[in-house]
Write a protein that binds this ligand. Structure first.
Ligand code: NAD
Ligand code: IPM
Ligand code: MN
Length: 351
């Protein structure tokens, strides 16, 4: 029996509804595959911020450090400004643990209706690899002259050679393991100064991965192609902000942003990696028990793969596909009437 120490951070809103669903799935599939989990649950959230004045304790990262992986729901909720909740929890974990790759796969499952008629089940199966610790999400800048006519906000985008190269290498290597195609999201028509640098690095790294054919698309045109012809993509690599936007768009193309998973990886394994659905805390549906747990469950499957249990991971994604293909049990975002709980129970029956 292999045991893994898992830190659970359900967070806010539907994060507290989908993480328990993912945990049920982990326990069930773990029991079948000789894997057990020791969980530690952290109540770090906006509720904690309102109560104690901080999203997490000062030694939060040290406490997480002892775990093999982190499973997070979502953070951010009305009552605490987003910049406070996000810079107080999510971003420090991604940066502090050098989770510089954010892997966000997407598939159109059989039985799920894509809003695009051309996106037949099975035809869309690609991965967005997002740079996760620098780029447009930089800490350099701020707001000045609040309330005055001269009020202004400035933020410097920061792209480092080392930071871009390492995420590119991850993306090229992933593309080589898949169908050998990579698309780089850019905006290199001379307007955004950082992007010609990004493009140069892509061309340089490509020379180290001769088995991969690659191209680049301007982010605006790329967004249109995600909608018009999502089948053409395999691995799409983008900066922090571009990758963020593309992954919600990809999820919507596949039927719902409630489906999409994310792995925040520290590929070297020096620090725990973190797994979380792409979606947020969804305050508009929180507390009603109707959130789609698939994003969290698929994230848990990515965690299993990361922890060295690829068969268990595939078993979970197969069960996800089976429920969608063979039953009409699904949550309202996918046109069904099932609750989070009912959907999870149906999925467990198919594990
Ligand atoms: P959101 O993803 O929470 O919601 C967008 C829309 O998608 C809503 O209509 C919501 O009901 C729907 N939705 C999302 N997940 C769903 C699911 N699993 N099942 C069914 N429907 C689902 O995005 P938002 O409204 O922009 O953000 C809400 C809060 O979440 C903000 O505070 C934001 O900062 C935060 N957020 C956190 C994370 C994170 O922790 N990783 C990610 C995104 C947003
Ligand atoms: C995501 C989220 C976060 C991001 C926000 C909440 C800071 O949208 O994980 O996709 O932009 O990274
Ligand atoms: Mn996002």
């Amino acid at each position: 029996m292999t045991n893994h120490r898992i830190a659970l951070i359900p967070g806010d809103g539907i994060g507290t509804e989908v993480v328990p669903a993912a945990r049920r799935v982990l326990d069930a599939v773990g029991a079948e595959h000789g894997v057990s989990f020791t969980y530690r649950s952290f109540d770090w959230s906006c509720a904690r911020h309102l109560r104690e004045g901080a999203m997490m304790p000062e030694d939060g990262l040290d406490r997480l450090r002892e775990h093999d992986a982190i499973l997070l729901g979502a953070v951010g909720y009305p009552g605490v400004p987003d910049h406070v909740s996000l810079w107080g929890l999510l971003i420090p974990i991604r940066r502090g643990f050098r989770q510089y790759v954010n892997v966000r796969p997407i598939r159109v499952f059989e039985g799920v209706e894509s809003p695009l008629r051309s996106a037949e089940p099975g035809s869309v199966d690609f991965v967005v690899v997002r740079e996760n610790v620098e780029g447009e999400y930089s800490e350099i800048g701020g707001r000045l002259n609040r309330g005055f006519p001269e009020e202004m906000a400035v933020q410097e985008a920061v792209f480092t050679r080392a930071g871009v190269n390492r995420v590119l290498d991850y993306a090229f290597t992933l593309a080589a393991r898949r169908t050998g195609r990579l698309t780089s999201a850019t905006k290199s028509n001379g307007i955004v100064h950082t992007m010609p640098f990004w493009d140069e690095l892509v061309a340089e790294r490509a020379a180290h991965h001769p088995g991969v054919s690659w191209d680049q698309e301007h982010i605006d045109a790329l967004a249109a192609k995600f909608v018009l012809d999502p089948r053409r993509f395999d691995v799409v690599v983008g900066s922090n902000l571009f990758g963020d936007i593309l992954s919600d768009l990809a999820a919507a193309v596949a039927g719902s942003i409630g489906i999409a998973p994310a792995a925040n990886l520290n590929p070297e394994g020096d620090f725990p990696s973190m797994f979380e659905p792409v979606h947020g805390s969804a305050p508009d549906i929180a507390g009603r028990g109707i959130a789609n747990p698939l994003g969290a469950i698929w994230s848990a499957a990515m965690m299993l793969d990361h922890l060295g249990h690829p068969e268990a991971a595939t078993r979970v994604t197969d069960a996800m596909a089976a429920v969608l293909a063979a039953t009409s049990v699904r949550t309202p975002d996918l046109g069904g009437t099932a609750s989070t709980e009912e959907f999870t129970t149906e999925l467990l029956a198919r594990l």
